[in-house]
Design a protein around this ligand. Structure first.
Ligand SMILES: Nc1ncnc2c1ncn2[C@@H]1O[C@H](COP(=O)(O)OP(=O)(O)OP(=O)(O)O)[C@@H](O)[C@H]1O
Length: 392
C-alpha cells in the first residue's frame, strides 16, 4: 500500500534527515515509526503526503508514484493527525470533524451525518459534544476529534504524528486502547510516529526502529523486543525488555491450567467430596451455560449445610480476562484484585470458561515467548509443561 524505494531527504542546509530508506507497509497494516528526537520520523511521514519532497528515491501509494499525483488529490486519500491537533477554534466540534467532507464538496447534511457517526466511533457523543467549541474540551477529547476528523472522508491511509503525545499517561493509554479498537473496525493503512517504545509496541503490527535517518530494524513487536537486530536497538528498547514483552505476548489457551470445575447447582456434599478426592484447595464455579460464575474453597464447601448447593457458597470472581489479552493485563489484573490466579474466558463465545492463569504459568508463557523467538520456531510447536492446580 505504501512503499519507500531508496528514499533520501537532504534539507537545503545540508542536514540528511532520511538516508536511503526502503520499506513497505501492507494494506490495513499499522506500522509505528519509533526513535529518538531528530532521527527523521516526521520527515518520513511528511514525504508521504508531499508536505516534504524527497531528494532521491520514490514513494508509491497503492501502486502510484506519488511524485506524479497532484498533492491536493493525494491528500484526499490520506488522513493526517498531529499532536497539536489543529482544530479551528471558532468552529464547533461537529463542523471541525466535517471539514474534509466539506472541502470535498459533500452536501452539508451528509457531511454532518458522517461527522456525527465518526464522533460516536471515537467515543464522543455527538449530541453532547457536537456543538461545543474546541476550548470546551479536555486534551484527550480534542485528540479524539483530531482522529475523527482525519477519518471523516474515509481515506484508506492515515498518517499519525505523535497524536497522543500531549496528554497525560493515563489518558494516553485510554486513547491507545480506543484507537486499537477503532482500527480493528476501520482497518486503515497507518503510519504512526512516536518516540515512546511502549506505544510503538502496543499499537504496531510492525515497528520501524529508527537510528539516525535509517531504519535499524523493521519487525513485529515481539521480535524487536525479543531479538533486537543491533546493539543500538537493544539499547533503545531498554533493559526492561521482559516487562515490555509482557504487553505484546497474548494469553493462549495452552498457557492455562485446568483446576477442578463445579457448577452452581451441584450438591454441596458431592462437591466437597470431589475436591477432597482431588486434593484441591479450591474449584472454579460455572453456571448452567458453562460461563464463569466464581470460585469456592474446599474449606467452605466442606463447612456448608448437608443439603445445600454450591450456589449458596460460591464467591464471584472479578479477576478474569478474555483469551488473547496480554500477559501485562493479566499481571495487572492479578495485582488489582490481589488474586493468586485469574480466570480466562472465551469472549467470542459469550464468556465460556477456558481455564486459569497463575503467576507461574504467566512466567512460563513469557519465557516460552522469548525462547520461541530466539529459536525462530512457531510458538504453537513449543511443548508445554503441565503444572497441577494444587501447586498454586
Ligand atoms: N525544514 C528543515 N530544514 C532543515 N533541517 C530540518 C528541517 N526539518 C527537519 N530537519 C532536520 O532533519 C532531522 C530529522 O527531523 P525530523 O523532524 O524528521 O525528526 P523526528 O524524528 O521526527 O524528530 P522529533 O521526534 O523531534 O519530532 C533533524 O535533524 C531536523 O533538525
Amino acid at each position: 500500500m505504501i512503499r519507500f524505494e531508496h528514499v533520501t531527504k537532504r534539507y537545503p542546509d545540508g542536514t540528511t534527515a532520511v538516508d536511503d530508506l526502503s520499506f513497505e507497509v501492507a494494506q490495513g497494516e499499522l506500522v509505528t515509526l519509533v526513535g529518538p528526537s531528530g532521527c527523521g520520523k516526521t520527515t518520513t511521514m511528511k514525504m508521504v503526503n508531499r508536505l516534504v519532497e524527497p531528494t532521491e528515491g520514490r514513494i508509491f501509494l497503492d501502486g502510484d508514484d506519488i511524485a506524479t499525483v497532484d498533492p491536493v488529490q493525494l491528500r484526499r486519500r490520506i488522513g493526517y493527525v498531529i499532536q497539536q491537533v489543529g482544530l479551528f477554534p471558532h468552529k464547533t466540534v461537529l463542523e471541525n470533524t466535517a471539514t474534509v467532507p466539506h472541502l470535498l464538496g459533500w452536501q452539508r447534511g451528509k457531511g454532518r451525518e458522517r461527522a456525527a457517526e465518526l464522533l460516536d466511533l471515537v467515543g464522543l457523543d455527538p449530541s453532547v459534544y457536537g456543538d461545543r467549541y474546541p476550548d470546551q474540551l479536555s486534551g484527550g477529547q480534542r485528540q479524539r476529534v483530531g482522529v475523527a476528523r482525519a477519518l471523516a472522508a474515509d481515506p484508506p491511509v492515515l498518517l499519525m504524528d505523535e497524536p497522543f503525545g500531549a496528554v497525560d499517561p493515563v489518558v494516553r493509554e485510554h486513547l491507545q486502547s480506543e484507537f486499537l479498537r477503532l482500527q480493528a473496525t476501520v482497518r486503515k493503512t497507518v503510519l504512526f510516529v512516536t518516540h515512546d517504545i511502549e506505544e510503538a509496541v502496543r499499537l504496531g503490527d510492525r515497528i520501524a526502529v529508527y537510528g539516525q535517518g535509517r531504519i535499524e530494524q523493521f519487525d513485529a513487536p515481539a521480535a524487536v523486543l525479543g531479538a533486537p537486530a543491533t546493539p543500538y536497538v537493544a539499547d533503545f528498547v531498554g533493559a526492561d525488555r521482559g516487562l515490555k514483552r509482557l504487553s505484546v505476548t497474548p494469553i493462549e489457551v495452552g498457557d492455562l491450567e485446568q483446576p477442578p470445575v463445579l457448577h452452581l447447582d451441584d450438591p454441596l456434599r458431592r462437591a466437597a467430596a470431589k475436591l477432597a478426592e482431588e486434593g484441591a484447595r479450591w474449584a472454579v464455579v460455572l453456571d448452567g451455560d458453562d460461563n464463569l460464575h466464581g470460585w469456592i474453597s474446599t474449606e467452605r464447601a466442606a463447612a456448608g449445610a448437608e443439603d445445600g448447593s454450591v450456589r449458596e457458597h460460591a464467591r464471584r470472581m472479578e479477576a478474569w480476562l478474555p483469551v488473547g489479552a496480554s500477559l501485562k493485563q493479566a499481571f495487572a489484573t492479578m495485582l488489582q484484585h490481589d488474586a493468586g490466579w485469574i480466570a480466562v474466558i472465551d469472549e467470542e463465545e459469550t464468556g465460556r470458561f477456558l481455564g486459569v492463569l497463575t503467576p507461574a504459568r504467566l512466567h512460563e508463557a513469557l519465557r516460552r515467548s522469548i525462547d520461541a523467538d530466539a529459536q525462530a520456531i512457531p510458538r504453537t510447536e513449543v511443548e508445554l509443561e503441565t503444572v497441577s492446580p494444587n501447586a498454586v
